[in-house]
Write a protein that binds this ligand. Structure first.
Ligand SMILES: Cc1ncc(COP(=O)(O)O)c(C=O)c1O
Length: 382
């Protein structure tokens, strides 16, 4: 079959990104924590209303910084969805604590609050909700459960830049939130991330942990005469070259989001008849959620049908992708964590879920050809 080649994703880039990277190189301040980092952190603070944002080298490192800051350690348990990226669990394992995996809601693939409540024990130190596909988890329920348990909420908002829940930015609702600016994300500098700190009492220590356990940030602000080793810490700062690139992406973040949400809506409209016919299930967006069009996923009737769709897409030169192998069934998940309660939804949906191509420059022709393949496999024309 002929048709345009459709990549799964393609980062959006403009002249301004190039200009700012060159500017950063010419300015000669290549290490982290400089003026471009300040620009990015100010954008994050004003767009999310977080008390403080700290740029990090990745979403993974933002999660590691969050868990360190939360004081999570041996003997603690942290409740999280099984349907997530390994970084959500690794940060907990690195501190000697135990990830406790629970099931998801079928429409959003977000953590199911009923399962979270059932998994709480006297050892529960935190809950990490993951806003899958940039659609918010039920934060009222999760924050309520965490409050009752005396646990913290660390949002894994890796996929959720420019998305909100009940008018509040994702990542800025729990005590801490982690964002990712990996190349696969809506706003990207290749590898990057940020920690959002939403409680004033945590800010001073966060700055110290971020800067190798020193008070260098206070020193640079002229608040102390010299900087010293004050606490544990590590190097979480990205180079100014990446911050310069990211600052240009941030200026276009809402345009990128609008373009993605438009494409997401177009899929949603085109695929309604296929859902009515029982061929696939479309994602659900709960009331009050403003997602960011990060992922459009469908759930097919069976793994065999998914394989058929993948093969037909491949023949049409269209890149589609499956997603997570649930962590409770992965080798490291079994070794380091434990599952709580039934995993009916993730066990059933993960092997049938498929992500469709979606990127800001996607053309209507590319979009139509993807939908056409699905219609054809469903026996509904195309
Ligand atoms: C849910 C989730 N958490 C964490 C991460 C890790 O982010 P990064 O790749 O920036 O380290 C990702 C990245 O794919 C993710 O999807």
């Amino acid at each position: 079959m002929s048709g345009p080649h459709v990549p799964f994703s393609r980062p959006s880039s403009s002249e301004e990104e190039h200009r700012r990277v060159l500017a950063a190189l010419q300015e000669g301040h290549l290490q982290g924590g400089g003026p471009w980092t300040d620009v990015c952190e100010a954008w994050l603070e004003s767009s999310t209303r977080a008390v403080k944002a700290l740029l990090t080298t990745s979403g993974t490192s933002a999660l590691e910084l969050a868990v360190l800051l939360a004081g999570i350690g041996p003997g603690d348990e942290v409740i999280m969805p099984s349907f997530t990226f390994p970084s959500t669990a690794n940060c907990v394992v690195l501190r000697g604590a135990t990830p406790v995996f629970v099931d998801s809601d079928e429409g959003t693939m977000n953590i199911d609050p009923v399962r979270v409540r059932a998994a709480v024990t006297s050892r529960t130190a935190a809950v990490i909700p993951v806003h899958y596909a940039g659609t918010g988890c039920d934060m009222d329920a999760i924050c309520g459960i965490a409050r009752d348990a005396g646990a913290m909420v660390i949002e894994d908002a890796a996929q959720a830049v420019c998305a909100s829940w009940q008018g509040r930015s994702l990542g800025a609702i729990g005590q801490l939130g982690a964002l990712s600016f990996h190349v696969s994300k809506n706003v990207s500098c290749g590898e990057g991330g940020a920690l959002l700190i939403n409680e004033p009492r945590l800010v001073e220590r966060a700055e110290i942990l971020w800067e190798k356990g020193t008070d260098r940030k206070r020193f640079l602000r002229g608040e102390v005469a010299k900087y010293r080793w004050r606490d544990v810490g590590s190097s979480f700062l990205p180079s100014e070259v990446l911050a310069a690139l990211l600052s240009a992406q941030m200026e276009r973040a809402w345009d990128i989001t609008r373009a993605r949400v438009g494409l997401w809506d177009r899929y949603h409209g085109s695929l309604a008849p296929l859902e009515d016919a029982g061929f696939l299930r479309r994602p659900t967006v709960p009331a009050g959620c403003h997602h960011n069009g990060h992922i459009y996923f469908i759930t097919l009737r069976s793994t065999a049908v998914r394989e058929m769709v993948v093969e037909e897409m491949r023949r049409a030169s269209i890149m589609v992708q499956t997603h997570y192998v649930p962590l409770h069934s992965a080798p490291a998940g079994r070794r380091f964590g434990r599952a709580h309660g039934p995993m009916d939804v993730v066990d059933s949906v993960a092997p049938r879920l498929l992500r469709l191509p979606l990127f800001p420059d996607m053309t209507p022709e590319q979009h139509a050809v993807v939908v056409g393949v699905l219609q054809r496999v469903a026996g509904m024309g195309g």
